[in-house]
Design a binder for this molecule. Structure first.
Ligand code: MRU
Length: 364
């Protein structure tokens, strides 16, 4: 795995991230110097993907502590930072997990708040790297088994949105098994859903698969069912922004339709997640997971590189047409073949998840 990451500390103890809104056409690095910078980066999707949202929020708290110390502000400044960052995006539970970790670290800190918050943000980032690596270790045998069954022929994997390293820190969740399979010489090919309206598939997943030399083909969001009906998909693997105690999975809008098509065609449907994406406090995904609604212009306009070489935005409907823009949907546990975590692979059910995370049995 390359040492390229999506978020990193600078020598002057600020933080830098890649502006993912500009990929794949431009590689632009953005420096975050205040918690407001971190909040805006999450809101406007300079950074996105559940684990990376969490990591950015963690550094956001460090930046708030820094500003508070440097400007001699009182504790209400930090309270405001927590509440602003909490409100930055609603669906990915990693955001709240990371903020709770930072709060806990600061609550238990008796000495240097700045150093404590700096170290905790680093720890969150490092934990994600190792977690994603382990998801690959546990997911690899699934790809290997399909490859063996096909006598070494290409394993065709369909994915939706970007749950690769760009959504995390390094490795990615769904890409970790794929990268590790490739390293082992297993032949893989990825069908990449473009993932309207923000096109995380075409912009980000294709970008990162290209960088890692993974054979892939971009498809329109509605092609998956057709490909499955014709035997062109061996497995589906997606990420998630929040998965309930019972194994219901919220992920980018359109994931549910892929799961239905997979079920109808006996194609296994896997969800790769770090345990930081498990929300143990809720059971029913449809009723309890908040689904983000974003600006309608993300649907009404498409952004891309024009013939002039400049990034352009074009209207794709009549001026007066209104659009709805739900960011996520929920795939019920019954449509999920298995969940791949850093601790192993399990059924998408409370018992399945508890078999890997027995310490969560106590919370009801
Ligand atoms: O709106 P986004 O781009 O933040 O949505 C991201 C996804 O839906 C990913 O699949 C999910 O966060 C998992 S990233 C490992």
């Amino acid at each position: 795995m390359s040492k390229f990451r999506t978020i990193w500390p600078t020598e002057d103890r600020f933080v830098e991230v890649i502006d993912q809104r500009k990929l794949p056409h431009e590689f632009v690095v953005v420096k975050l110097e205040t918690y407001k910078d971190a909040e805006i980066a999450i809101k406007d999707m300079t950074v996105r993907g559940a684990p990376l949202i969490g990591a950015t929020a963690a550094y956001g708290i460090y930046l708030a502590v820094r500003e508070m110390v440097e400007k001699e502000l009182d504790g209400s400044f930090l309270d405001q930072a927590f509440s602003d960052l909490r409100a930055s995006r609603p669906t990915a539970v990693n955001l709240f997990w990371a903020l709770d970790k930072m709060l806990d670290a600061l609550d238990n800190c008796e000495g240097d708040f700045l150093q404590t918050s700096w170290e905790m943000a680093h720890a969150i980032v490092e934990e994600d790297v190792e977690t994603c690596r382990m998801i690959g270790v546990h997911g690899l045998p699934i790809i290997e088994e399909i490859s063996n069954r096909k006598n070494g022929e290409i394993v065709n994997i369909l994915t939706h949105c970007n749950a690769g390293m760009l959504g995390c820190v390094e490795w990615g969740t769904i890409t970790s098994p794929i990268y590790q399979a490739l390293e082992k010489g297993i032949k893989v090919h990825v069908w990449v859903d473009e993932t309207r309206p923000r096109n995380q598939g075409s912009n980000l997943t294709c970008y990162e698969l290209t960088k890692h030399g993974v054979p892939h083909t971009l498809i329109v969001d509605n092609a998956g069912g057709h490909l499955m009906q014709h035997g062109f998909v061996d497995m589906v693997i997606v990420g998630t922004d929040r998965t309930t105690r019972q194994g219901d999975v919220a992920n980018k809008i359109g994931t549910y339709l892929k799961a239905l098509a997979a079920k109808d065609n006996n194609v296994p449907f896997y969800v790769a997640l770090p345990s930081t994406t498990l929300d143990w406090t809720i059971n029913n995904g449809l009723k309890e997971i908040p689904i983000e609604e974003r600006n309608q212009d993300e649907v009404r306009y498409m952004i891309g590189k024009g013939e002039s070489g400049k990034i352009e935005s074009v209207l794709i409907c009549p001026e007066t047409t209104q659009a709805s823009n739900y960011g996520f949907d929920v795939t019920p546990a019954k449509l999920v073949t298995k969940i791949i975590t850093e601790r192993g692979v399990c059924d998408a059910s409370e018992e399945g998840l508890l078999s890997l995370f027995p310490e969560q049995r106590v919370i009801v």
